[in-house]
Structures are given as C-alpha cells and as structure tokens.
Design a protein around this ligand. Structure first.
Ligand code: CMC
Length: 430
C-alpha cells in the first residue's frame, strides 16, 4: 500500500479504495470511482464557499493563517513593504523574481507609458450620474476597456498578454483618479510621466491649477506601501472571480471587471469603507463597549467590520504594518480623531472572550481606511484604492491559470435537491 495515500471504505458496498495524496491533498476526481452501481455518477465532495477545496496549484502567494505569515513569491511581506516599491513588487508577483536594474527600468517605463487613456474613455465616464459610486465607475470602465483593445482577446499570444498587463497596471490609476474627479465635479487631470506610480496617482487626484504637482513624499510613500500590502492574497473572492471569469477565455479587461465587482462587496474590499462608516456610527470612545455588546448579541446582524478573516486566525500581518504606517501619515495630515475609537475597539475586542474564542483579529481593512481618510480620500474611494494595488495580483493569478495545463473552464457541480419531474400546470388551474 502506497504511504502517500488514503484508504477509503464505502460502507454502502464494503468496497475499498486507495486514493493518492499529493501535496497534502486528494484529487476530487478520484472520488468519482466510488459508486454503488456501475451507472452511478460517482461520489462528489460538497464544499460550499470552498472552505477546504484547493482550486489550483499556485506559486505566487503563501499564507499561514494560524501563524500570521504572508509571503509574495517567498519574500516576507514585512521585507517587501519596507524595502521595495509597488512596481517592483508587481513585477515580482507577475514574473516570479525580483527584477534587476534594467528589468525594473523597462518595466517602470512601460507602465508609465501606458497610463493615458483614449479620449473616448473620458466621454464614457462623463455619462455617469454625479453621485455614482467610484467603484461602480471603476468596474464598468475596466470592462469597457475591452472594447478599446479588441486584440486583448488573443490571450494565448504572449506579446499581446504583455501589452494588456502594461495597460492594466498603467491605466487603473488613471481610471480610479478620473472616477474621483468626476464625483468631485473636477476636470480630469492627465498623467505626469515624471512622477512615481503613487506620486502620479496623487497628481491625477489632487492637482488643481499649479503647473506642476509635487506629491508630499511621506504620503506618496505611504500610498505605495498600501499598494504593496494589497497586491495579492492568493485565492480570495476577487482572485477566484478573476480566475473563474478568465477560465472562459474572455479578455483580461472583462475578467478584471468581474474581479473588481467581487472586491466591491462589504465582506471583501468594501470592508475598509464599512469600517469608517462603523467608526462614525459609534461616534465616541465611550460608546465602544455598547457597540461591542450589540455585535456579540448579533443585533441587526452587526459585525465588527475590519475584524476576522477566512484564513488568518491570528493578527493579519498587513494590519500590523498599516498600524505603524498610520503614525507616519498622521504626522503630515494630523491625527485622525476616529483613531481613538479604533484603538479602543481593538483593545476591548482583543480581550473579549467572544473574539478570542473565534480567533477574530484586526484585518488589513481595519486601519487602512483611517489613513485614506486622513489623506482626504472620500470613503467611497477606499475600495478603488484596494483595487489599484490588487490589479498586479489579479493579473498574475489570471496568467498562472491560463498557462496551467490542468486548468479548464471553471464549472462546479451541485447537489440537486429540488423537485423530481412533474407535469406543467396551466395558469387557470394554479
Ligand atoms: N464581527 C463579529 N463576529 C464575527 C466577525 C466579525 N467581524 N467575523 C466573524 N464573526 C463570527 C461569526 O458570527 C461566526 O460566529 P458563530 O460561530 O457564533 O456563528 C464566527 O465568527 C465565524 O465567522 P464566519 O462568518 O463563519 O467566518 P468566515 O470565514 O466565513 O468570514 C469574514 C470571514 C472576513 C467574511 C468575516 O470575518 C467578516 O464578515 N468580517 C467583517 C468584514 C471584513 O472585515 N472583511 C474584510 C476581510 S479582509 C480583506 C479582504 O478580504 O478583502
């Protein structure tokens, strides 16, 4: 009997099966041989929300949720956040290795020279209502980009894929900034190729009548670090959406719009926005205990937003870095008054039996919103900022899926528990 295998006895039939174990997993398809009768469909596994199902093999991001470890291509998040720039990290995530000087210069040049968008994209964005949510504008404009670049359909052409990757990473900042300017009723500000990735983004957001926008170096650095921290997080809801939509072999703009829509939800990238709304609702430090009590009693389905994670059952390592980063930002912007409420919430929650028992710790979204708000971003821009950083991860996940010979169009099974066949009843008899 092979050592790396699982012996299974089907008690319905008494039959025994040997199922190989590879990389700590069995293949779902190996269960299909387990049948009561020859014409049975075969055994399936039932796993709503993919709690214990690996949908792919990946070499991009490693997470150990119990120990609070996150690594991009093997490099600890703490090291890349401290020593690297977002574009360098994006290169690492997409191509698997840190770039040398020439590779990094070329990469930066190519991204920078794909930040401009077609003039019609502006017209398109002008059509949104004045109070349209920027994430809705961002998601639909990303989908619309596929109509500007029909050659992006050639997903098995390496060169075409490369061009779309430059465009996607280059243009997400422009489209995000245009969504903001539209919401503010301000004219769009064009990219400035002399500035860094984060610096140019600040320029497109906040430039007014000055001939040359000069980003504050501390804020530029903080934004760059936030992009690094959000760059990838293995098979989360939006990365899985990117892979699933992309598995139909649609172009990457359409797949990325699907990922962006997934990110929009309050349980995923919309949580940073929800944290800020929650802190405002609490209003002051003395109201924190009453709020925690309501959460614990499950009143109105209240959750402590920015707490808990499907994978981390320990302090999210990104939240630790962001908490430190907040001090640098507040030195420039002044302290965000909501910080006191957040610190009190964290303190009480971390000492509370309810949160300890369920291993609920602050996640990446708990403190990021406080920084964004101090930097003068409106609350509904927060998920868009998450999407900018995450674009490199989405692209890497998409390409890894496309080039994986084991992948096919994603198509889960179901357990059908509805009616058996029945006769149609005409309207007059119902
Ligand atoms: N506040 C209060 N209770 C919570 C929370 C919370 N934030 N999160 C989980 N719980 C409780 C939940 O009620 C359940 O309790 P019980 O066992 O008594 O029913 C238990 O903890 C397990 O929760 P779950 O919903 O089964 O866990 P999950 O892995 O399905 O959910 C989560 C993970 C992130 C959706 C959830 O923790 C949550 O809703 N958190 C708040 C939203 C949030 O901050 N999301 C950002 C996630 S990190 C960034 C990202 O991925 O975008």
């Amino acid at each position: 009997m092979a050592k790396d295998s699982l012996s299974v006895t089907d008690n319905r039939t008494g039959k025994q099966y040997e199922i190989p174990i590879e990389n700590g997993a069995i293949r779902g398809m190996d269960l299909r041989q387990i049948k009561v009768k020859e014409d049975d469909f075969g055994l399936m596994s039932y796993d709503p929300a993919f709690m214990n199902t690996a949908s792919c093999k990946s070499t991009i991001t490693f997470i150990d949720g119990d120990k609070g470890i996150l690594r991009y291509r093997g490099y600890p998040i703490e090291q890349v956040a401290e020593k690297s720039s977002y574009l360098e990290v994006a290169y690492l995530i997409i191509y698997g290795e840190l770039p040398n000087k020439t590779q990094l210069d070329d990469w930066k040049y190519n991204i920078t020279h794909h930040t401009f968008v077609h003039e019609n994209v502006k017209k398109f964005m002008d059509g949104f209502h004045y109070d349209a949510h920027p994430m809705g504008m961002f998601t639909s404009t990303m989908a619309a980009l596929s109509t500007f670049y029909p050659e992006a359909k050639n997903i098995f052409d390496k060169e075409s894929r490369q061009t779309q990757i430059y465009r996607l990473i280059g243009k997400v900042t422009t489209i995000a900034a245009f969504a903001y300017r539209h919401a503010m009723g301000l004219p769009y500000s064009h990219p400035d190729n002399d500035l860094s990735y984060a610096g140019n983004f600040l320029n497109m957001l906040f430039k007014m009548s000055e001939p040359k926008y000069k980003p504050n170096p501390a804020l530029e650095k903080a934004l760059d670090v936030l992009f690094i921290l959000h760059a990838d997080h293995e098979q989360n809801c939006s990365a899985s959406a990117m892979r699933n939509v992309g598995s139909s072999h649609v172009d990457p703009y359409s797949a990325l719009a699907g990922a962006s829509a997934a990110l929009y939800g309050p349980l995923h990238g919309g949580a940073n926005e929800a944290v800020l709304r929650m802190l405002r609702e609490i209003g002051s430090k003395d109201k924190v205990p009453a709020f925690i009590k309501e959460v614990k009693e499950g009143k109105g389905d209240k959750r402590l937003m920015g707490f808990g994670h499907r994978v981390y059952k320990n302090y999210d390592p990104r939240a630790k870095i962001i908490k430190k980063l907040a001090d640098d930002v507040f030195e420039v912007t002044g302290r965000n008054p909501l910080l006191d409420i957040a610190l009190e919430l964290e303190k009480i929650a971390l000492e509370d039996e309810y949160f300890i028992k369920r291993k609920l710790y602050p996640n990446v979204d708990f403190y990021s919103g406080l920084i964004y708000q101090a930097m003068k971003f409106p609350v509904d821009m927060f998920p868009v900022l998450f999407a900018i950083g995450r674009t490199s991860g989405w692209v890497a996940q998409w390409e890894e899926m496309l080039l994986d010979p084991e992948q096919k169009i994603a198509r889960p099974r179901q357990l059908y528990l509805g009616h058996g066949s029945r006769q149609y009843v005409p309207l007059v008899r119902r």
